[in-house]
Write a protein that binds this ligand. Structure first.
Ligand SMILES: [Fe+2]
Ligand SMILES: [Fe+2]
Length: 189
């Protein structure tokens, strides 16, 4: 398995969820009641598929090697760019979760924090993914030694098989498809 190609494929699923998140936020903006279960599913996908499953591979298999083996420019790009953006995404999800709870408890004003954090997360990740696809991954493929790329491929392969046993990939793609059915075809005008 080519680990970096797999990460590019995973970006496509993540971007589809970002679209769902924007549509669900627009529904809230239009004054429709919040579906707390759906937002919990979006947060579940972001935390367990986009973050643990995908960013986990980037951080533990790819970015660590880029920092160790590619020198200053890669270190700067990863440490001050990609890793910071992963952390900002985690913060948006935490703040989104807290805002949802506040709205549920009757704080109507917290609706703006629901929308702000959901949309900010989606916009952050769109840009982050574009940067990885167009700049970071090609840089790694060009500059990492073949032996390191082979090692990444082996590790990704083993990790994916382990996650398949737990049904992780299928579970989250199914969750994405069911939310798309609900939100993406809708217009709230
Ligand atoms: Fe990333
Ligand atoms: Fe990524």
């Amino acid at each position: 398995m080519n680990g970096i190609s797999l990460m590019v494929e995973e970006h496509k699923y993540i971007k589809r969820m970002l679209n769902v998140i924007r549509k669900a936020s627009y529904s809230v903006l239009q004054g429709n009641p919040i579906n707390y279960d759906d937002f919990a599913d979006m947060i579940d996908f972001v935390r367990n598929y986009a973050d643990d499953h995908h960013h986990g591979k980037e951080e533990k298999m790819l970015f660590n090697r880029m920092m160790d083996e590619m020198g200053g420019a890669a270190q700067k790009l990863v440490r001050h760019g990609m890793l910071v953006e992963h952390d900002m995404g985690r913060l948006h999800m935490k703040d989104l979760e807290e805002a949802l709870l506040k709205v549920k408890e009757g704080d109507h004003e917290a609706l703006i924090d629901v929308i702000a954090n959901a949309v900010a997360y989606a916009n952050l990740l769109y840009r982050h993914i574009d940067k990885e696809d167009s700049l970071v991954y090609p840089f790694a493929e060009r500059e990492l030694p073949q032996v390191t790329l082979d090692k990444i491929n082996e590790e990704c392969d083993a990790f994916e098989k382990e996650m398949e046993k737990k049904n992780v990939q299928k579970k989250y793609i199914k969750l994405l498809e069911s939310l798309e059915d609900k939100y993406v075809s809708l217009t709230f005008l």
